[in-house]
Design a protein around this ligand. Structure first.
Ligand code: GDP
Length: 331
């Protein structure tokens, strides 16, 4: 029995082994955790969006990076998908009592991460090194890298003017209507230490089911000045790039991606996501619910896999990761 299930978790022999996964927070962390259940540490690097990072209460906060790290460490809150399990909220409650800002909920254990990261950043250490050391302390075996060691800030153009990402996302609860996005600092930001090497030695790149506009686009924009030139740079040529749709049945599982598509005048769907990445994709994974879109996606010269893409439990994450690896092996 045990033998059978561990065999099941082994990557199929046809699979190209080294995977780089591009991830935002919640959706990205789920698939990254599935891949981490199957691939040995040397075969998986997760490159995480830092466009959501911001400074708050004097602390340097990396929401997506922490979500991926906590998830792979088994420390994430299973209810929310972000923050820590068994969390307490004494610090933020006392900040609120003193009249300070409490709209961004920070748990006590989580604050320790931000305090120590801020101290080390102020001492001049790069974010990638700090992340590596934190992962070691949390016993995360796979490599997690921020997309850049330099600040890149996602700015949201809305009907109420331009807003910093967390101001739009958390403080304003995504209420203002989206008109576009800008990644401040991307022109000068280099990929973080280790990112280029991971991409060069990867056999395939997996774009996790993260928000295309504000989780994946900032990573793509940081990795290359023009996302459209990725294929020209050799991505997708002998190195498959596959994406998993974060949109199922026209809706997001969580978060504002579908709302953003609609406000930008695009009908939210798996097809819209495939079109979004069409210049870099070799393969696209969509849910059974959206199987009627398969043919149209194939006309974009993108291979398709239709499977169950909802990851409610740990076993769903491993199963989807397994399907993705098989798909890559077949390309
Ligand atoms: P954020 O930065 O925390 O918003 O996280 P991401 O950008 O990584 O993830 C948000 C996206 O993940 C949303 O568009 C969700 O629809 C998607 N998502 C969350 N859970 C799942 C899931 O189980 N399956 C799929 N296919 N997408 C998911």
């Amino acid at each position: 029995m045990t033998q059978t299930s561990s065999n099941k978790n082994r990557p199929p022999s046809t699979v190209r082994r080294r995977i780089v996964a591009l991830a935002g927070g919640v959706g990205g962390a789920k698939l990254a955790q599935g891949l981490a259940q199957i691939l040995p540490p040397e075969d998986l690097t997760v490159i995480v969006n830092t466009g959501d990072d911001f400074e708050h209460l004097g602390l340097y906060i990396c929401p997506d990076l922490d979500t991926v790290c906590y998830t792979l460490a088994g420390l994430a809150n299973p209810e929310t998908g972000w923050g820590r399990v068994d969390e307490t909220w004494n610090v933020i409650a006392n900040v609120e009592r003193l009249g300070g800002p409490s709209w961004f909920r920070l748990g006590d254990q989580d604050i320790a991460t931000h305090l120590e990261r801020t101290r080390r950043l102020k001492g001049g250490q790069p974010l990638s090194q700090i992340t590596k050391d934190f992962c070691k302390a949390w016993d995360v075996k796979h490599t997690i890298l921020p997309m850049s060691d330099s600040p890149v800030r996602t700015m949201v153009d809305t009907d109420e003017g331009e807003l910093a990402f967390q101001e739009y996302f958390v403080h304003r609860r995504c209420e203002p209507k989206v008109k576009g996005f800008r990644f401040d600092g991307v022109e000068v930001a280099e990929p973080a230490i280790g990112v280029r090497e991971a991409l060069d030695s990867a056999d395939a790149i997996v774009i996790c089911p993260s928000n295309p506009w504000v989780s994946v686009d900032p990573i793509l924009a940081t990795l290359t000045p023009s996302p459209l030139s990725l294929r020209e740079r050799g991505w997708g040529e002998g190195k498959p790039v596959i994406a998993v749709s974060p949109i199922i049945g026209g809706k997001t599982v969580k978060g504002p991606a579908a709302k953003m598509y609609a406000e930008l005048g695009i009908e939210p769907s798996a097809l819209a996501v495939a079109r979004h990445y069409r210049n870099i994709l070799t393969g696209f994974v969509l849910d059974h619910t959206d199987s009627k879109m398969e043919n149209e996606i194939q006309t974009l010269k993108i291979e398709t896999l239709v499977t169950n893409t909802l990851m409610n439990h740990l076993t769903d994450r491993a199963r989807l990761a397994h399907d993705v690896l098989h798909f890559i092996g077949s390309l």
